[in-house]
Design a protein around this ligand. Structure first.
Ligand SMILES: Cc1ncc(COP(=O)(O)O)c(C=O)c1O
Length: 430
């Protein structure tokens, strides 16, 4: 997957202290330590500017949309602003972005809209690498329509999709390829553009789950040439809300369950009932926050926010690459710790690592890290259940640590030494 071609200037990210000062959550203390949040892949912390935008809307502009009086007009402005911001984030047009509760709900609704185009014997291709939010809606659709689900295998050695299997599974009966841009459990990045080209060659539609990708890399839906793409704002410093990109002619014509109050035109026809306007205000602010990570140097391009986002993602990548390498190397050097995912030097990946500690269940590891080191990490299979099965992770699952824009070197060292202490103790009691 390629980032946008817009590259106005070298990335000069704001200072990490400046970034951190914007996140009140980072002041929290637990077990005598400033909390180190490594739970970004489950949901990042939120800068004050996002919360301010949400409360500004609710306190001063709150109304329903499309009426003549000022707060309603202002609400329409909030909706339009969010579509414009989301379009800049994804490289789309504002009329190609619909909002909803979260990625899963939007994907389910998309599956309902696609249903009439699926006939018995048609095929839907999903992958083992995917979060089940990008599997379950399609499995259900297939069962309802008498279609066949074909699942592309993951290589357990490289943690990547088995490309030969992908080529084998996509064929003349394929109606849809549902594929993730990045694995939320392993960090694997998949070449979605290449897979989309393959699917399109057979006349299939392509849906991309970019939930775990958007926080780390700039999406360009045109370069990907996908038909649909979904992501979630709460993974990129925003509120709990989902975004769905769809090619305009598809959003305009598919038989979405457009219930009576929704307008007839796209993308609004995809938005059932009253939108979460305050979340939309928060999404615009979150995208503004992301863009600010590229620094404030002048840009001079007409699509300034997209250009700033491109620069910001360069800066995010430059910082997290070094930090992630030291997290990986630190954990990999601990006896009894098994890392799952491709080493950062071997392939493009997101800065998310899942691991287990020999002889100790993952929930206990997470509890001890929180209490002894103020390190917050989640545990489980993260709904990447097929990966967990293939890798024989067992019922306690992994511990997962993901870097965010506010992660510091000290926090990475604290996580590594916390895991080392837990692993040493487990090793001695064996
Ligand atoms: C890769 C991936 N896809 C989909 C989802 C589901 O997103 P949502 O919670 O917005 O439905 C998640 C959530 O963690 C995810 O990580």
């Amino acid at each position: 997957m390629t980032a946008s071609a817009v590259r106005p200037q070298a990335a000069t990210a704001p200072d990490i202290d400046e970034i951190r000062a914007q996140f009140p959550a980072l002041e929290r203390v637990h077990g005598g330590h400033r909390v180190a949040y490594f739970d970004g892949p489950g949901g990042t912390q939120v800068p004050a500017s996002v919360v301010d935008a949400i409360s500004e809307y609710l306190l001063h502009h709150n109304a329903n949309s499309h009426w003549a009086y000022p707060t309603s007009v202002e609400t329409d402005v909030v909706i339009d602003a969010a579509r414009a911001a989301a379009a800049d984030l994804l490289g789309a047009s504002p009329s190609e972005v619909a909002f909803g509760a979260n990625m899963t709900t939007l994907t389910f609704s998309l599956s309902r809209a696609i249903a009439p185009t699926i006939s018995p014997g048609d095929e839907i291709v999903v992958t083992e690498l995917d979060h089940h939010a990008n599997v379950a809606p399609w499995t259900r659709l297939a069962a309802e329509r008498g279609a066949v689900i074909r699942t592309v295998r993951m290589h357990t050695g490289t943690y990547a999709l088995d490309w030969a299997d992908l080529e084998h599974k996509i064929g003349p009966r394929t109606k849809l390829l549902a594929i993730g841009a990045a694995s939320n459990a392993l960090g694997t990045i998949t070449d979605v553009a290449c897979a989309a080209a393959l699917a399109h060659a057979h006349g299939a539609l392509v849906f991309v789950d970019a939930v775990a990708y958007v926080p780390h890399a700039l999406v360009d839906v045109r370069a990907l040439d996908c038909d649909f793409l979904a992501c979630s704002a709460y993974k990129f410093y925003g509120p709990h809300a989902g975004l769905l990109y769809g090619r305009h002619e598809l959003l305009a014509t598919l038989d979405v369950a457009k219930l009576a109050p929704a307008p007839a035109h796209a993308p609004d026809r995809w938005e059932t009932g009253t939108l979460n306007f305050e979340a939309l205000a928060g999404i615009t602010a979150a995208i503004g926050f992301l863009a600010s990570l590229g620094g404030s140097a002048p840009i001079g391009a007409s699509d300034a926010r997209r250009a700033r986002l491109a620069r910001a993602y360069d800066a995010i990548h430059a910082r997290s690459e070094l930090l992630f390498a030291s997290l990986w190397d630190g954990l990999a050097a601990i006896p009894g710790v098994a890392l799952h995912g491709v080493p950062p030097s071997d392939a493009p990946r997101t800065p998310t690592v899942s691991f287990t500690v020999k002889g100790i269940d993952s929930r206990t590891v997470a509890t001890r890290l929180a209490n002894a080191a103020g390190v917050f990490v989640p545990n489980g299979n993260f709904y990447a259940a097929t990966i967990a099965e293939r890798l024989e992770i067992g019922s306690s699952g992994w511990v997962r640590a993901g870097l965010a824009c506010y992660t510091t070197r000290e926090e990475v060292e604290r996580l590594v030494s916390g895991v080392r202490a837990i692993a040493n103790r487990a090793g001695k009691s064996e």
